[in-house]
Design a protein around this ligand. Structure first.
Ligand code: KIV
Ligand code: ZN
Length: 501
């Protein structure tokens, strides 16, 4: 007998809280549709009271998604719940996710309250949300550091008030797997009416235990898991969807738990999220990292050639990794590119495909080995092309005993501006020239350069954080020329600044 586990994806809410990972509504719809194809049961679409942008995203995602439940987050505050309900009005299936802190830290030092008053507020919030929707999830924030006896009282009270799902977050990623598993077991055994609701895990990865804690929760009776693609999320992130799903698939005989996920869509969804959020996946990331299925030592290679299962516990094609299917070169046509893009989770209209194809041909002329990461970057570039300030021309003179000089031309809303500057190095010279044109007091706070695949013909990726008027803005650029990538990253951040009067 197997059990069904519900997958609640919070990439667009908890995941999107990461600085620099914010998506616009169109990008969120793209991710939501990919999550729907992947087969998630619930999509947490945002925290509608937090900003007009979040509100609009929940509205638009509700319209765009057909079958997964759309969920909106609130605090245990009536106004939050009113706004969440309003944002969900187009959802075919909707859920309000409300809650409050239950640990002593939260009760006494954040909410200035006491345990009985918190239970009253929790019940009142659930009852209030029930006026709008049947499906109400309650979260006991910092449940990981909440005593089990008190937590059981809270859970019992909210189920009585009508909660259909109760989320037990390890908000700070503090629990050991044995403790988290014990917590879920305690609730399953001690909460009256527990079977009227589903218990949910929501584990953060501060100590690298999110996946282990989530599995411990499942083993002890939780039947919903809150996860994100690539494990993205604040600080060290959330439990990653792909790890949980592939543990359940690979260890089915031990766990006997099923999900509705189409595992072949995992890799494509991972690439899509990584590209749109400008968040690289670490090469050794389980399941979706570049090296996750790469055997480099001679002994392993020999073993895999004799029989894959000597060293592989999963078939890479099960997660949608099928790199060698069609090799892309400068001679590949649009159809081959389109096919590869679809494998990677991108469905482009004809105009966008033409634009990406033109860039692909230029890149393939410069770089013989076109990889999935390169293609994903071209799609990201095409999306950024609509920016107000664009780099029109860049020439840099640099060398061992030369003072670096840069000539830059920017296109600002269709008008061209030129500047020349010297600098400490070529990037410094180019950025100084850009600053001469845009006349803003900008400080570069962080500048990160990465090569994404290998070889001297590789594409360089640049992440930049700039500070303007006490606010931080993030930018991203990618190019085979690292100086161009740096200027593009700088301009990507500058394009997010409020437009000067
Ligand atoms: O980590 C957490 O506690 C949360 C809740 C708001 C669900 O994200
Ligand atoms: Zn969280």
């Amino acid at each position: 007998m197997s059990d069904r586990l519900y997958i609640f994806d919070t990439t667009l809410r908890d995941g999107e809280q990461v600085p620099g990972c914010q998506l616009n509504t169109v990008e969120k719809i793209e991710v939501a549709k990919a999550l729907q194809d992947l087969g998630v049961d619930v999509i947490e679409a945002g925290f509608p009271i937090s900003s007009p942008g979040d509100f609009e995203s929940v509205v638009e995602l509700s319209k765009a998604v057909t079958w997964p439940t759309i969920c909106a987050l609130t605090r245990a505050v009536e106004k939050d719940i009113d706004v969440a309900a309003e944002s969900l009005k187009y959802a075919k299936k909707s859920r309000i996710h409300t809650g409050i802190g239950t640990s002593d830290f939260h009760i006494y030092h954040k909410l200035n309250s006491n345990p009985d008053a918190i239970i009253e507020r929790a019940m009142a919030a659930v009852k209030y949300a029930k006026k709008y929707v049947e499906d109400v999830e309650f979260y006991a924030e910092d449940a990981g550091r909440t005593g089990n006896e008190y937590l059981a009282k809270v859970v019992e009270a909210v189920i009585k008030a009508g909660a259909t799902v109760v989320n037990i977050p390890d908000t700070t990623g503090y629990c050991l797997p044995s403790e988290y598993g014990e917590k879920i077991k305690f609730l399953m055994e001690n909460v009256k009416g527990v079977h009227k609701a589903v218990l949910s895990t929501h584990c953060h990865n501060d100590l690298g235990m999110a996946t282990a804690n989530t599995i411990a929760g499942i083993v002890n009776g939780a039947r919903q898991v809150e996860v994100t693609i690539n494990g993205i999320g604040e600080r060290a992130g959330n439990t990653s969807l792909e790890e949980i799903v592939m543990i359940l698939k690979s260890r089915y005989q031990a766990l006997k738990i099923e999900t509705g996920i189409n595992t072949k869509k995992i890799y494509g969804t991972s690439r899509l999220v990584s590209t749109l959020m400008n968040m690289p996946v670490q090469p050794n990331k389980a399941i979706v990292g570049r090296n996750a299925f790469a055997h480099s030592s001679g002994i392993h290679q020999d073993g895999v050639l004799k029989n894959r299962e000597n060293y592989e516990i999963m078939d890479p094609t099960d997660v949608g990794i099928n790199e060698s299917a069609i090799l892309l070169t400068a001679r590949s046509g649009r159809a081959a590119l389109k096919h590869r893009l679809e494998l990677l989770g991108f469905t482009l209209d004809k105009a966008k495909l033409d634009e990406v194809y033109d860039e692909f041909v230029k890149l393939a002329d410069k770089k013989k080995d076109i990889r999935d990461d390169d293609i994903a970057l071209l799609v990201g570039d095409a999306t950024r092309k609509e920016s107000r300030i664009k780099l029109d021309y860049l020439q840099v003179i640099t060398g061992k005993s030369l003072k670096p000089m840069a000539n830059v031309r920017l296109d600002i809303s269709g008008e061209k501006f030129d500047a020349t500057s010297s600098g400490n190095g070529p990037v410094d010279a180019a950025i100084k020239a850009v600053k001469q044109i845009i006349h803003r007091q900008i400080v570069i706070e962080e500048f990160l350069v990465q090569a994404i695949t290998r070889g001297s013909d590789d594409i360089g990726k640049v992440h930049m954080q700039i500070e303007y008027d006490k606010t931080i803005y993030h930018g991203f650029g990618a190019h085979t020329d690292i100086i161009t990538a740096s200027v593009e990253a700088f301009l990507d951040a500058v394009n997010k600044l409020p437009v000067a009067e």
